[in-house]
Design a protein around this ligand. Structure first.
Ligand code: FAD
Length: 413
């Protein structure tokens, strides 16, 4: 039984079948839509030509692989004593292995009018349809929170000529993820496209007429006229089922071991909702990326199928910003040595983070090829030099080649 039919849950189901697991696989999700990719929701939001949701796998795959999808049904409780899962409609299903891939929900502002008709969050297909309809009316758009989703929405809206203001509590957007140097390049990119970015500011109140917010009043004294407000201030893990299942829950989600097991050995957690002590994280935490959730789900599925996989791959995330893609491999830390490659511009740059002489993380804008190589370098134990990385003439591929000491014969000529 898998709760959550998204990146992690579907990958777990596919991995089970790939490894010839013969038992029944049931995937339950409260979302009624056939399983779809979330990343396109914030990227093609205003694009009428996309024609709907992008399926994770073709619809026929589930029938072909005998994966029983129960969509539009919520799991309300787990009875670990009776080995039963309770659905919202009253049905009870037997379970002997459970994967919780319940993901996260968007955080809301605890302010009067935060539930107004034009104050929205973006997490699923229903949110995206609402936001799309709202934005079709035009701007101004005020985005609270300059995380990946907030900045992607800003880019999409600016490309459609909508007036956009982004409000961020921190001095620089994304600085906690990519550090101040790369964050400054991202800021320049958005300002260059006409986004008004107000940092070090929080929302003091919403001024509303009826059920519509008309102004956002900031701690800095700014009063921003608005037609639509998008709140992108982070997420909360969906750990409600932890109480009935009697599994541990922490600040980040369901704490799991390297195999994805929760505090109850037959209950696993995968994807965004898993609180992981991952080798690329300085402390226990969540990895909230599509690729990472898929890989973690696949690793957990493999473990459930009887082929245990320790999940320790470097996290990978991407974010489309205007016509370029920002990609990040690994998790930079404040104590790493940062190297920005010569010739960086907001439209195209490469940044590296060195830890103990090795490449720990890299970020690139419009640099897919280099990030692909950096991914291999991060996975390797190759020692790298900061001056070599900074040099725009260095071919990163050459760094992957192991440096073999030459034999006395070779040295002799
Ligand atoms: C708009 C948007 C854009 C994104 N863009 C990118 C991007 O460009 N790059 C990137 O790397 N990442 C991106 N992400 C992040 C990425 O989508 C997530 O990391 C990924 O979806 C996590 O997958 P998951 O399976 O762990 O959880 P989720 O995708 O959150 O899915 C959890 C599922 O569990 C279901 N569920 C929860 N509780 C229950 C219950 N009790 N009963 C039944 N069902 C339940 C939910 O309905 C949901 O469908 C984006 C996310 C969003 C929202």
């Amino acid at each position: 039984m898998i709760v959550g039919a998204s990146a992690a849950g579907i990958s777990a189901a596919l991995a089970l079948r790939r490894l010839d697991y013969r038992g029944t696989i049931t995937v339950v999700d409260g979302d009624p839509h056939p399983p779809y990719e979330r990343p396109p929701l914030s990227k093609a939001l205003l694009d009428d030509t996309t024609g709907g949701l992008v399926p994770i796998v073709p619809w026929s795959t589930y029938a072909d692989l005998e994966i029983d999808l129960r969509l539009g049904e919520r799991v309300t409780a787990i009875d670990p004593g009776a080995l039963k899962v309770h659905l919202g409609g009253g049905e009870q299903l037997d379970v002997d292995r459970l994967v919780l891939a319940t993901g996260v929900t968007a955080r809301h502002l605890a302010l009067p009018h935060a539930d107004a008709d034009n104050v929205l969050t973006l997490r699923d297909a229903t949110d995206a349809a609402r936001l799309s309809a709202q934005l079709a009316r035009g701007g101004p758009l005020v985005i609270i929170g300059a995380g990946f989703i907030g900045l992607e929405l800003a880019a999409v809206a600016r490309q459609r000529g909508i007036d956009v203001t982004v409000v961020e509590a921190q001095p620089r957007p994304l600085a906690n993820i990519v550090g101040p140097e790369v964050a400054s390049l991202v800021v320049d990119l958005h300002r260059g496209h006409g986004v008004r970015l107000i940092t070090g500011a929080t929302v003091e109140r919403f001024a509303a007429t009826g059920s519509t917010v008309e102004q956002v009043v900031l701690s800095t004294g700014h009063r921003l006229d608005t037609a639509t407000v998008v709140v992108g201030i982070g997420v909360q893990p969906r750990t409600e089922l932890g109480t009935s299942a009697r599994v541990d829950v922490d600040h980040w989600g369901f704490p799991v071991n390297e195999f994805g097991q929760t505090s109850r050995a037959w209950i696993f957690a995968a994807g965004d909702v898993a609180s992981q002590a991952h080798p690329h994280l300085a402390t226990r935490g969540r990895l909230e990326h599509w690729d990472t959730a898929q890989r973690h789900g696949a690793a957990v599925g493999s473990t459930v199928a009887g082929e245990p996989v320790r999940y320790k791959e470097a996290p990978y995330a991407w974010s489309d910003q205007y016509d370029a893609t920002l990609q990040i491999i690994g998790r930079p830390r404040g104590t790493d040595q940062v190297v920005i490659r010569e010739g960086a511009t907001p439209q195209r740059f490469l940044a590296f983070w060195l830890r103990d002489g090795r490449l720990a993380a890299a970020a690139g804008m419009d640099a897919s090829r280099e990030i692909g190589i950096a991914r291999r370098l991060v996975a390797s134990t190759v020692l790298v030099d900061n001056a070599v990385l900074a040099d725009a003439a260095t071919d990163l591929r050459a760094l992957l080649k192991p440096h073999r000491p030459r034999s006395p014969e070779q040295l002799a000529g």
